[in-house]
Design a binder for this molecule. Structure first.
Ligand SMILES: CC(C)(COP(=O)(O)OP(=O)(O)OC[C@H]1O[C@@H](n2cnc3c(N)ncnc32)[C@H](O)[C@@H]1OP(=O)(O)O)[C@@H](O)C(=O)NCCC(=O)NCCSC(=O)C[C@@H](O)CCCCCCCCCCCCC(=O)O
Ligand SMILES: NC(=O)c1ccc[n+]([C@@H]2O[C@H](COP(=O)([O-])OP(=O)(O)OC[C@H]3O[C@@H](n4cnc5c(N)ncnc54)[C@H](O)[C@@H]3O)[C@@H](O)[C@H]2O)c1
Length: 712
């Protein structure tokens, strides 16, 4: 609702709809009623609108979309029209976050005040829509088309001070917001409101709009990669040079187009799923769930191994204000890590944050930490050795976590006397940037240990997802079938750039081969050597070239590594790189290597369409997701989607692999395609449809109903 009160001549409308004061139908109704009442009351000479509790309204109530409630009268457009055309000055007083429709309400008001900590913006693009309550028409009238495009297509929040410099906010007020807003409202009473209406202004430098739009179009099309909302936002902004009513009509038309697209519900699902993963639970052990399991307090963390991951994890922990003891066996590496950490921490707080860091080469220095995160080489023998040491030196209550990318957590836990306190905390590179934290419980991990790992994720600003233990866990296990199929496509005729292009057009920031070059082609190679699938010099003796343990195997990635082509770090991988450049250039050497290989093994080169590339790479990945759900490794399909959205660059506008499978491809079609491909390639095990997928197609039922994500 919106609470109505008066303070002398000022009517105050306080939106009260926790948690974020979104514009649910009852709020809209109360605002319209409140405005009418204030208009009617001769004693009222000005109006203040603000949010109660933590924030100014954060926009439309997203849960109303698709339910019919968003269009129930009065809709948000009508509320804002009432504000804009009000004959008495309306002042929006902003604290917290004025987002989407909330910010649009502020723009429809005649004056805007903000506290210094307030932030504002139009993040609708992340929900697959546009600011459809006049945001695309009013914002350019204040800041110009260029800045409006930048703000709206990025969805970025700006701070109060920046809003002031852009002319969005009239004044930043210190102290009590209500008191300040009422005093400001009194000061403008009796002044004409006509020239305060943004809707009546014209867009600055309107004659340059087409030029600005054309420049923006190129960048956006390159960045948006299949998402339709960003460019549609630009089209709406372009219409802001028209008379206001005509621009609003264009905005409404484009909003309707987006609202009825398949991408908007996918992005809204992604928004809620990101939040839903906080309500984690073990699919079978009732004690392990977010409601009852209590975390231990973590103030200090040990990080073992100061390589790529240990360094990133340490930066992340320091940024969150935690104390860190970083241990490394190699002194040179330790010094290098300290230097990198210092450089990465922001100048302003570097020295304070660095004072929280202790470096160590002796394990006994870890004795007092609350949790240790191990990030040494991916080698089971070494991990066991490290965990034995950690078990011996740390306090009995210290939690021992491993950042392994996929080794068995139970096997690691078994070498300690505290298997209940052992957990997987799988960070993604670069660990201080990537938002995902895949937390893995083992057979004996206690509820308290799981809760502590999940809470640590919250403390350090990660999106934490809880999963079970299996080789590769959820993310890397699914990725295995994707990368395997990508190299099979090379055998048949595709070139690395064909595969990458198709996957990037689908929406990934990078295809599998460019990605491989970035992370280092030797990561997978070392893993395959450790598993005995290959050796540094080729296949193990007496091994058929194209099979391993009865499964189809493509040795091309091993051959690449044997040539010393380890990716960007060696200047050559699947592509070649000019010195100092990260641009992937197709390399005739690699293409010849692939061609020779095809000839040697009797593969006939054929042209492979982008559609086949996408299906052959993504369908087995999704199929593995079904196996994972079937085994209870992921509790819900949304957990898998969030892992892929935040850890693997899966395009957000498709909702994530499982959402995409069910709502965009359709399970029946997915099954049918997998059946076709597995009939064509009977020895590609990952193309065999999962029993769960078959079952769901046969019996019906939704992915959401398998888990607890019934709210979505
Ligand atoms: C606000 C935040 C920054 C707060 O972050 P914080 O981390 O503090 O908290 P959480 O993110 O955890 O959120 C807490 C809690 O609140 C839920 N929530 C947040 N925002 C909303 C919201 N806007 N609506 C509903 N629920 C919300 C969140 O899910 C959490 O609850 P949970 O149970 O999940 O844990 C941060 O939350 C944030 O960034 N929020 C989103 C802000 C945003 O994106 N705002 C824009 C919303 S869209 C909008 O405003 C559209 C308008 O521009 C235009 C509307 C025009 C309408 C025109 C007429 C109708 C035409 C439409 C046709 C419809 C078709 C149809 O329906 O059929
Ligand atoms: N690099 C990635 O992209 C990535 C992503 C996710 C997870 N991981 C996992 O993180 C772990 C670390 O990977 P990385 O890429 O940071 O490796 P890295 O080779 O960059 O660093 C490992 C560090 O561990 C140190 N070390 C070795 N033995 C040690 C010991 N006994 N005690 C203390 N330090 C020791 C090494 O000197 C080295 O600096 C691995 O398990 C890996 O699978 C890596």
């Amino acid at each position: 609702m919106a609470e109505y009160s008066t303070l002398g001549s000022v009517a105050v409308l306080q939106v009260n709809n926790p948690p974020v004061n979104s514009f649910s139908h009852h709020v809209r109704q109360a605002l319209v009623d409140g405005l009418e009442r204030a208009q009617r009351d001769p004693a009222v000479r000005s109006i203040v609108i603000m949010g109660k509790g933590r924030t100014f309204p954060a926009g439309a109530d997203i849960r109303e979309f698709g339910s019919g409630a968003a269009v129930k009268m009065p809709n948000l457009l009508m509320v804002l029209q009432a504000v804009d055309t009000c004959q008495k000055p309306v002042v929006s007083a902003i604290h917290g976050t004025a987002l989407g429709g909330g910010f649009e309400l502020a723009l429809a008001s005649h004056y805007r005040l903000a506290v210094p900590s307030a932030r504002m913006g139009l993040p609708e693009v992340h929900l697959g829509i546009l600011p459809g309550a006049g945001g695309t028409q009013r914002l350019p009238r204040v800041v110009g088309v260029k800045t409006a495009i930048q703000m709206i297509t990025s969805g970025q929040h700006i701070k109060a001070q920046q809003a002031l410099s852009l002319g969005i906010v009239d004044k930043i007020v210190q102290g009590d917001l209500l008191k300040e807003a009422v005093s400001f409202a009194r000061s403008v009473e009796g002044r004409p409101v006509e020239d305060r209406r943004i809707s009546q202004k014209t867009v600055p430098e309107a004659d340059k709009v087409d030029e600005v739009v054309e420049a923006a179009r190129k960048t956006i099309l390159r960045k948006a990669r299949g998402a339709i909302a960003p460019m549609t936002c630009v089209q709406a902004i372009q219409a802001s040079v028209l008379p206001f009513e005509a621009g609003m009509a264009r905005e409404a038309e484009l909003m309707a187009f987006l609202m009825t697209s398949w991408q908007a519900p996918a992005q809204q699902y992604a928004f809620f799923s990101e939040r839903e993963v906080r309500r984690w639970s073990h699919p079978r052990d009732k004690r392990i769930n977010f409601k009852t399991a209590k975390p231990r307090v973590v103030k200090s963390v040990g990080v073992v191994g100061a390589g790529t991951m240990g360094m990133g994890i340490t930066i992340n922990l320091l940024q969150a204000g935690l104390k860190v003891v970083m241990l490394e066996v190699n002194k040179k590496q330790l010094d290098k890590a300290v230097n990198t950490i210092k450089k990465t921490l922001s100048q302003k707080s570097a020295s304070q944050k660095m004072s929280q860091l202790t470096t160590a080469m002796d394990y006994s220095q870890l004795r007092d930490v609350d949790i240790v995160i191990e990030a040494v080489f991916e080698n089971m023998r070494l991990k066991k050795e490290v965990f034995r040491k950690l078990d011996a030196v740390t306090k009995p209550q210290t939690i021992l976590a491993s950042n392994t990318s996929g080794l068995n957590i139970d096997e690691i836990a078994a070498v300690t006397k505290r298997p209940d306190k052992v957990v997987g905390t799988h960070f993604f590179a670069p660990a201080n940037v990537m938002r995902l934290l895949e937390n893995i419980y083992g057979r004996q991990t206690s509820p308290e240990t799981v809760a502590t790992a999940m809470q640590l994720g919250v403390t350090i600003g990660k999106v934490g997802v809880l999963v079970g233990n299996c080789p590769g866990f959820v993310g890397n296990r699914m990725l295995g079938s994707y990368t395997a199929e990508a190299v099979f496509l090379l055998e048949e005729g595709a070139e690395p750039q064909d595969v990458d292009r198709a996957i990037e057009e689908f929406g990934f920031p990078m295809g599998p081969f460019r990605m491989g070059d970035l992370s280092g082609t030797d990561i997978g190679w070392k893993g395959r050597i450790a598993k005995g699938l290959t050796t540094e010099h080729g296949p193990p003796p007496a091994t058929p070239a194209l099979y391993r343990r009865g499964n189809r195997y493509c040795p091309l990635p091993d051959m690449l590594c044997m040539k010393g082509r380890l990716g960007q770090k060696t200047g050559a991988g699947w592509y070649r790189y000019e010195p100092g450049s990260r641009t992937a250039l197709p390399d005739p050497v690699v293409l010849q290597m692939i061609q020779d290989y095809r000839q040697e093994h009797g593969f006939k080169k054929r042209t492979i369409s982008s559609q086949e590339i996408v299906e052959r790479c993504l369908y087995p990945l999704i199929n593995e997701g079904f196996h994972i759900l079937d085994e209870g490794i992921a509790a819900r399909s949304l957990d898998i989607d969030v892992i892929y959205l935040f850890g693997y660059g899966w395009p957000r506008h498709t909702g994530g692999p499982m959402y995409y499978a069910e709502r965009v491809i359709g399970l029946e079609k997915l099954l049918c395609s997998l059946e076709t491909y597995s009939a064509r390639y009977p020895d590609h095990a990952h193309l065999q449809p999962s029993p769960l997928l078959r079952n769901m197609v046969a019996k019906g039922g939704s992915l959401a109903a398998l888990g607890t994500d019934s709210k979505l």
